[in-house]
Design a protein around this ligand. Structure first.
Ligand SMILES: Cc1cc2nc3c(=O)[nH]c(=O)nc-3n(C[C@H](O)[C@H](O)[C@H](O)COP(=O)(O)O)c2cc1C
Length: 315
């Protein structure tokens, strides 16, 4: 078996991707910022920063703090809003020839549905679809009501179903790890008709300046990402994969091809790289260079052949 025999394409519900290596929302700007470092065309998919219906200023500074093995952030969905995205950013992204999944967040179900409808419409008016799908950010810990739909299975299922009905585009539900049962949330997203479930968003945390008796983040609490959360993310992916047949996209501390392979074996059909883009902007390219050999080493011809192959010996 040689590198040339390996098929990197993956299918997640109705979403087909040329390869399983994507970049996570909020860690890759709107892609243009990264074009000097990354051959964008090689990516399996890009998820730009989450957009909201109206522009948002985000949270007060400090918005990021480095911790021992990760990054704590409380950006608070700072963005220019849906219309600016459609007019100024979507045309650039559409030209890249890479699957783009718009990440959206609403303050309530009506706003989520409006965003899904408007983006689907904008995606098809040019005659050729500029979006490959929509990722529902129901997991942002840094805004008020940011996780309501990601922590209540009934609300989650309803929201996913409403967005699915409002848009012909494939729907990805991005879940938060800050719940008691990730299995319940994965089942709810699946029951709502999600094409794929992405997990995890950041883990709620905080940092303290004890001398000043003050929180380090302006928003007091923030979301932890990076290597520190990889074991939590692997656990969530594995548990969710036991709970549902819906395709899973693994996220959390992924920085190398070995990390990606661990997520595939745990049950993810694709992965998103996030925080690593800040300290090694070429990480996605390194992973893509190494992936065919890693799959060949695993003795498989496609990514799907390795997904969910973890052997757990019963005790
Ligand atoms: C600075 C920063 C901003 C983020 N902004 C978003 C966002 O706008 N929407 C979203 O769904 N996730 C956002 N995330 C979460 C990431 O997409 C990802 O789920 C999380 O960081 C875990 O992956 P990682 O450990 O590889 O970074 C953000 C993460 C960071 C570090």
């Amino acid at each position: 078996m040689t590198r040339a025999d390996i098929d990197l394409q993956v299918q997640l519900g109705r979403l087909q991707l040329p390869n399983p290596i994507l970049v996570a929302s909020g860690t890759f700007g709107y892609a243009r910022e990264m074009e000097a470092f990354v051959d964008l065309k090689r990516l399996g998919g890009i998820i730009p920063k989450t957009i909201t219906k109206e522009p948002r200023k985000g949270n007060p500074p400090l918005r990021t703090v480095e911790t021992a093995a990760g990054l704590l952030n409380s950006i608070g969905l700072d963005n220019d809003g849906m219309e600016q995205f459609i007019v100024h950013i979507l045309p650039y992204l559409a030209e890249l020839g890479v699957p783009i999944l718009a990440s959206i967040a609403g303050r309530n179900q009506t706003e989520f549905v409006e965003l899904a409808e408007r983006l689907s419409h904008a995606s098809t008016t040019s005659g050729q679809a500029s979006l490959a799908g929509i990722e529902l950010n129901i997991s942002c810990p840094n805004v008020s009501h940011g996780v309501d739909f990601g922590t209540d299975p009934i609300q989650c299922e309803r929201l996913v179903a409403a967005c699915r009905a409002a848009s012909a585009l494939p729907i990805v539900a991005k879940l938060t790890p800050n719940v008691t049962s990730i299995c319940d949330m994965a089942r709810a997203a699946s029951a709502g008709g999600a094409d794929a479930i992405a997990l995890i968003n950041t883990c709620l945390g905080m940092a303290i300046d004890w001398r000043g008796r003050r929180p380090r983040l302006g928003n007091v609490l923030g979301g932890l990402s990076g290597p520190a959360i990889k074991p939590i993310a692997l656990r969530c992916v594995w548990q969710a994969a036991q709970a549902t047949k819906t395709a899973i996209i693994g996220i959390g501390g992924i920085a190398s091809v070995d990390d990606c392979m661990e997520f595939f074996v745990a049950g993810a059909s694709a992965v998103q790289l996030g925080t690593v883009n800040f300290y090694n902007p070429r990480a996605t390219m390194d992973v893509l260079d190494a992936l065919p050999d890693a799959l060949a080493e695993a003795g498989v011809l496609s990514v799907a052949d390795v997904v969910g192959t973890l052997q757990v010996i019963p005790s």
